[in-house]
Design a protein around this ligand. Structure first.
Ligand SMILES: *[C@@H]1O[C@H](CO)[C@@H](O)[C@H](O)[C@H]1NC(C)=O
Ligand SMILES: *[C@@H]1O[C@H](CO)[C@@H](O)[C@H](O)[C@H]1NC(C)=O
Ligand SMILES: *[C@@H]1O[C@H](CO)[C@@H](O)[C@H](O)[C@H]1NC(C)=O
Length: 288
């Protein structure tokens, strides 16, 4: 058989023979991701960066999963998406002098009414800390409506998420009620040389704590509304959500000179407005 015919036959056969299972795409606060790159962290578990690998440990410190960085879509890091999906309304502050690390960022809000229409939309609302300088990572206590890779549906629920190096880690979703108060907190638990230990949690909701350690210092703070598959304004909750008690504390106790910048999405009819600026008891309204 002439070689070119053999090559043609092999060319027709091999793609099927070597076909790898197609990963399903699932939604995370870092955008749509292959389902094999998202990992639930058990209650009391933690994340540790060991060399270039990312270990998931259970509450007793046993390594239950090792994830390697992937070259997948970058996390929603320092330059957030500005399309109609993704980060549609947010406030942010970048710490220019990182010699005094951010010790914590707290934010309080209440769970909004459920949207009056249902188009499979997903709404994420969170405060977050991230590294800056081109490293893609984000640690965030997230209120979610609609489906994501963590679960969810036509109800509100909360979880902590850590998106890094093309991998996504989350705590089990905890359903919450309309009107329930939420206290989101990202904090620096400790530092040992170049290792920083951070946690994300809703301090008033059990089972939402996610502790990580990383060599990245988190210097970028955000208050964010992120949405997917919204098709009309009634897919959002009615009215607005006031993010209050926004306290950004430095390790030294010095009160930093924080000025919140905002970005709004006129075409989506959503906006972020600073009512009270600064590092202490700041207040930002997300209007839908
Ligand atoms: C990802 O999705 C594929 C296709 O649906 C499925 O075969 C596979 O088991 C899933 N993998 C994980 C880790 O959930
Ligand atoms: C990082 O995490 C590991 C595993 O949990 C722990 O043994 C270590 O003490 C942590 N390091 C720091 C600096 O927190
Ligand atoms: C800090 O790091 C050093 C060197 O890696 C290690 O020997 C020590 O046990 C760590 N201390 C803590 C409190 O984790």
């Amino acid at each position: 058989m002439p070689a070119f015919i053999l090559a043609t036959i092999l060319g027709l056969l091999i793609p099927n023979a070597l076909a790898v299972p197609v990963a399903t795409s699932v939604l995370t606060p870092g955008g749509y991701r292959p389902n094999n790159t998202i990992h639930e962290v058990p209650v009391g578990g933690r994340i540790a960066h060991i060399g270039s690998d990312i270990h998931v440990l259970d509450a007793s410190g046993v390594i239950i999963h090792v994830a390697s960085p992937t070259s997948g879509e970058p996390a929603a890091a320092v330059v957030p998406r500005q399309e109609e999906t993704g980060w549609v309304a947010y406030a942010f502050w970048l710490q220019s002098d990182s010699s005094d690390p951010i010790a914590s960022l707290s934010t309080s809000w209440t769970v909004p009414p459920v949207p009056t229409t249902e188009h499979g939309q997903t709404i994420f609302l969170f405060n977050s800390l991230e590294p800056s300088g081109g490293v893609s990572a984000i640690l965030q206590p997230v209120l979610q409506y609609g489906p994501s890779g963590a679960g969810g549906g036509d109800f509100w629920a909360v979880a902590s998420w850590y998106v890094v190096d093309g991998q996504t880690f989350f705590t089990s979703l905890v359903p919450v009620e309309v009107g329930q108060p939420l206290d989101g907190l990202v904090s620096l638990l400790g530092q040992n040389g170049s290792t920083y230990e951070y946690s994300s949690q809703f301090t008033n909701i059990a089972g939402t704590n996610l502790a990580i350690n990383t060599t990245q210092q988190f210097t970028f703070a955000t208050e964010t509304l992120e949405v997917y598959a919204v098709t009309e304004s009634s897919d959002f909750p009615a009215g607005s959500t006031v993010l209050s008690g926004i306290n950004l504390v430095l390790e030294s106790g010095v009160v930093p000179d924080v000025v919140w910048d905002t970005s709004s999405s006129v075409e989506d009819g959503v906006s972020a407005t600073v009512n009270v600026d600064g590092a202490t008891n700041a207040e930002i309204t997300i209007a839908y």
